[in-house]
Design a protein around this ligand. Structure first.
Ligand code: SME
Length: 142
């Protein structure tokens, strides 16, 4: 069975819900690999609009996760050299890759205005969110 709603709508609802209901999640968004290009493109998000709608692989926290395939937890963004600032209010960031059939197709990215707020609980939770989205995408591809 296909899901009732388009996946992009579900992703938008997840962004809106998490941004509104998790105190330390101030900006929540998805980036996805942009076709065959070695870059990420911004998908659904909740929070302040960002200028960074395209991020080359390797650039910033997001671009690094696109090539490392690993979670990236940043307790203090000022301590990162390879960081793209979206807002001066942001203190910390977490990026968790989204794997579909083992392939890193994008990521969930969360900015926090609270210093050092992210724990392993956030990592496990966001991995779970991404794995549920991956199941929907895998089902749609069948
Ligand atoms: N800070 C990210 C850029 C995306 S914004 O947080 C929305 C980075 O360094 O890749």
């Amino acid at each position: 069975l296909k899901s009732q709603k388009p996946i992009v709508v579900i992703q938008q609802e997840i962004c809106d819900y998490l941004q509104a209901n998790v105190a330390h999640y101030d900006w929540v968004g998805f980036y996805f690999k942009n076709g065959d290009k070695e870059e990420l493109k911004l998908g659904p998000y909740a929070g302040e609009p960002t200028d960074h709608t395209i991020i080359p692989f390797g650039k910033g926290i997001c671009g690094q996760v696109a090539v490392s395939n690993q979670n990236f937890v940043v307790p203090d963004v000022t301590a990162q050299d390879n960081y793209i600032a979206c807002s001066i209010t942001v203190k910390a960031e977490i990026v968790v890759p989204l794997f579909v059939n083992g392939e890193n197709i994008g990521q969930i990215d969360i900015d926090s205005n609270t210093p050092d707020p992210f724990t392993e609980e956030d990592e496990r939770f966001l991995e779970f969110v991404n794995s549920e989205i991956a199941k929907l995408i895998e089902r749609e591809r069948q």
